[in-house]
Design a protein around this ligand. Sequence first.
Ligand code: PLP
Length: 361
Amino acid sequence: MIYLDYQATTPLAPEARDAMMAWLGGPESDSFGNPHSPHRIGRMAAAAVEVARDQVAQLFPPGGQVIFTGSATEAINLAIRGNAAVRSGEHIAFSAIEHAAVIDTVKAIGNWTELPVGADGVIAPDVDMPKYVGLLAVMQVNNEIGTIQPIPEMAKRAKETGALLLVDGVQAAGKMALPQEADMIAVSAHKLHGPKGIGALWVRDGLSLIPHVEGGGQEQGLRSGTLSPALCAGFGAAAALAVERQEEDAAHIESLWQIARDAFDGWTLNGSVEQRWHGNLNVRKDGLDVARLMSECREVMFSAGSACASGSGRTSHVLRAIGLADAQAKSSIRLGWGRYTTREDMQRACSIILEAADSQA
Ligand code: PLP
């Protein structure tokens, strides 16, 4: 099987797995402690969590605090629901191509404005934005079409209106620098070769949030609940590795992009050619029956471009936002690759998909 769905999740790095194993101890070990217990075994677990926090902090701009959460979805919920301005009824603006974690949370709360993107899948820096916005949410790299948003410009717009800027950095973390200009950034371990079940919210120094999960007061009172040292250690190791290998990974990913781009030469690229992450290809071909294609290419794990990434069965709001008609969205596929994809796998997967697509003609 060839896995080309790196925007959905990524394989666990062996280094992250080893780091986790060290904190999955049984009764004979001393590595099962509750990091919030004051005794020696608890303090050892707490020390492992803090080492991991420092490693994860390397993904973010200098300073700030890293709060561990159960996922990026939870981190985004904390950022939005924990925001005092939002709680007191201020408006939230978000780009039309945000992940459901942002859109559905915002809509569940109240006053919002959706900011359009162009046909290139990029928000215009001079987009119309209401003056009374308290929070602006813009993602760095889109999970469906890979487009990169102009975060520095959006930060300026946020400042002008006195809004805070929340950046969904899930698809960017470990691959490129996360934005200095953000007030809050959400990330997820499983998108950067860490374990599932852990994410983090980075919060700029001096910014205070209202607790979103009440209880024992863990994570500076913002997210109560016992942390898993194994998940933290796995996240930490994956983050450290991503930082260390960033250039090497990017060069490898670029070489895979060239293979994919050449192979799908005759197809239409969804989203900007220039402003995009090269570990994603979302392309369409007129008349393509994607369901049939996927059933004929069972050996290759990829995504139907039209399926909403949240897995809800809804049609992709991202492809709609860039102006695609239903038929165009339904003839789109998404391929995603990364560190552990080999050039041979990429070549083979492209041939399998293209052969099956050509046989439909
Ligand atoms: N934001 C983006 C851009 C994503 O791609 C995802 C996952 O698909 C999320 C948020 C949610 O991340 P998690 O799975 O950690 O909740």
